[in-house]
Write a protein that binds this ligand. Structure first.
Ligand SMILES: [Fe+2]
Length: 269
């Protein structure tokens, strides 16, 4: 099937305001029927790629499939993270609240180029928990020149305790360059207020004055959440979603119904 896949992908449908959804052209296909190079190239071109109707892979098969596209980021639990809501979690990823914008692998040894989710259980419709993706290249492109100049001078130090699989201290430029496309991208993790989130994240803005820092943070709060730049994915069981991690920031809406959803996530360096 893989030789016809270019055709299949070109027959996919654009999502709004960005992204692409491709439905399996026949029954009985799985993710493994798509050549990994094709999958990743299509993801790079569309930023977020949603596959529907392709069978999901078991964990060992998923690792083997993704490893053909690059090294995998591994953690103390291995390469695949089970994202589900847990009893008395220490980290906000596993409770039923929202997950503010961030990029994956900020505290890891290397930032993955891509991450892939398999939706084992989408839960009941309308229960919230949608994943929100923000296309930061577009945010940057459409920001006024003066603001872009301010963003360019901004560095942020992030600090969080390692209560789940990540943590530590990290300093990152707010504007970075996409390693493949060369486009400016925004790297920003939203602060997590200890009054509201388990495992809070503290930010110190550097390189600019405190007054400028206030402007930077206020503009990010508004612009990153502008619906013109955000694709919101409501999960259905069986969805496979592949994401260009260098381009987007992502987060999760809180659950408003039973938080039954179960995703598996793997990250490709
Ligand atoms: Fe994430």
């Amino acid at each position: 099937m893989t030789d016809t896949l270019d055709e299949t992908f070109s027959a996919g449908t654009d999502l709004a305001p960005f992204g692409r959804v491709v439905s399996a052209p026949a029954n009985g296909l799985t993710l493994a029927d798509i050549a990994i190079e094709n999958l990743l190239a299509t993801t790079s071109a569309s930023t977020v790629l949603v596959l529907r109707g392709y069978g999901m892979l078991g964990k060992p098969e998923l690792e083997q499939y993704c490893r053909a596209g690059g090294d995998l980021l591994t953690w103390d639990f291995g390469a695949i993270l089970d994202l589900n809501i847990r009893e008395n979690p220490q980290n906000y990823l596993f409770d039923n609240g929202d997950v503010p914008f961030h990029w994956d692998g900020a505290f890891a040894k290397a930032v993955p180029r891509f991450f892939l989710f398999q939706c084992v259980d989408g839960g009941p419709p309308g229960a919230g928990g949608e994943t929100v993706f923000c296309d930061t290249t577009q945010v940057y492109r459409e920001a006024p020149e003066q603001l872009r100049e301010l963003w360019q001078r901004t560095e942020i130090t992030y600090r969080t305790d390692k209560l789940a699989h990540y943590g530590g201290v990290l300093t990152a430029a707010l504007v970075s360059t996409h390693p493949i496309s060369g486009e400016p991208v925004i790297r920003f993790a939203e602060p997590l207020d200890p009054a509201r989130y388990r495992n809070p994240l503290f930010l110190t803005v550097e390189g600019i004055t405190p007054e400028e820092a206030e402007v930077v943070l206020a503009e990010l709060r508004t612009r990153l959440h502008d619906s013109r730049y955000c694709y919101t994915h409501a999960w259905q069981t069986g969805d496979i979603v592949v994401v260009d991690n260098h381009t987007v920031l992502h987060g999760r809406n809180s659950f408003t119904g039973p938080p039954q959803r179960h995703l598996q996530r793997i990250q490709i360096l």
